[in-house]
Write a protein that binds this ligand. Structure first.
Ligand SMILES: Cc1cc2nc3c(=O)[nH]c(=O)nc-3n(C[C@H](O)[C@H](O)[C@H](O)COP(=O)(O)O)c2cc1C
Length: 213
């Protein structure tokens, strides 16, 4: 690395994030921020970092795409036999993180993951382009594999399924994160960022508080 990355910095500025001006329901605020991100961020505004932990309590993070937002839930789709799927099976606590640089915004969401209804996975799978359906079927996600094997599995399945609908694989489907903590971070000049947090209390009430940036 020839560049001095410690010198890379910018002043964050978009707008204030004030208790008096936000909805008291974190999901209304999240949906509003997501709509603004979709308008302002040209690449993958629905991309989120998903963090899970393995049985040794080691954390693992990767990007997945938010595909549905419903009531208190955040839904993504994946391979249930992947590393993340195995981690979730032994510990369903997880964290999602969105970063929207064009808006100087970050959202952290913590909660528990649950598989969505099978019919919901099948419905979403059916809406995907055929190539993506075949790739999801051909790829043993997270397993060690050589490139030739993966490509020949894809080619062979493409031929087999040429004239028919691709069934949703049994090991593929959605997870919904049920949130119990959401944190909205708005970058502000001179590092005096706004950081508003919602903690679920007694399974019903959202407690709103501010944290130091
Ligand atoms: C922009 C982007 C979007 C992605 N979306 C998904 C997704 O929706 N579902 C998924 O399983 N993997 C997605 N991936 C791949 C994951 O980051 C990861 O490599 C994969 O799920 C395997 O993770 P695991 O081995 O920890 O289970 C995406 C990667 C990127 C960079």
């Amino acid at each position: 690395m020839n560049q001095d990355i410690s010198a890379l910095r910018r002043d964050y500025q978009f707008q204030d994030l004030l208790e008096s001006e936000i909805p008291q329901d974190p999901f209304t605020l999240f949906d509003h921020w997501l709509e603004q991100a979709i308008e302002s961020c040209p690449y993958d505004p629905t991309a989120m970092t998903l963090s899970t932990v393995d049985p040794q309590h080691a954390p693992h993070s990767r990007i997945v795409l938010l595909k549905q937002r419903q009531e208190s839930g955040f839904v993504f789709f994946t391979n249930y036999d992947s590393d993340k799927g195995k981690e979730i099976a032994t510990n369903n606590k997880a964290c999602l993180n969105f970063f929207w640089p064009e808006l100087s915004r970050q959202v952290r969401i913590e909660g528990t993951l649950h598989k969505v209804e099978r019919t919901a996975s099948e419905t979403y799978f059916a809406s995907r382009p055929k190539d993506s359906q075949i790739a999801a079927t051909a790829s043993p996600q997270s397993k060690t594999i050589d490139r030739e094997t993966l490509h020949s599995q894809m080619a062979s399945l493409t031929q087999t399924l040429a004239e028919q609908d691709v069934p949703c694989p049994k090991n593929w489907g959605g997870y919904e994160l049920k949130a119990n903590y959401l944190e909205f971070w708005q970058g502000r000049p001179s590092r005096l960022h706004d950081r508003l947090c919602f903690q679920l209390q007694a399974d019903t009430n959202w407690h709103l508080f501010r944290r130091a940036p």
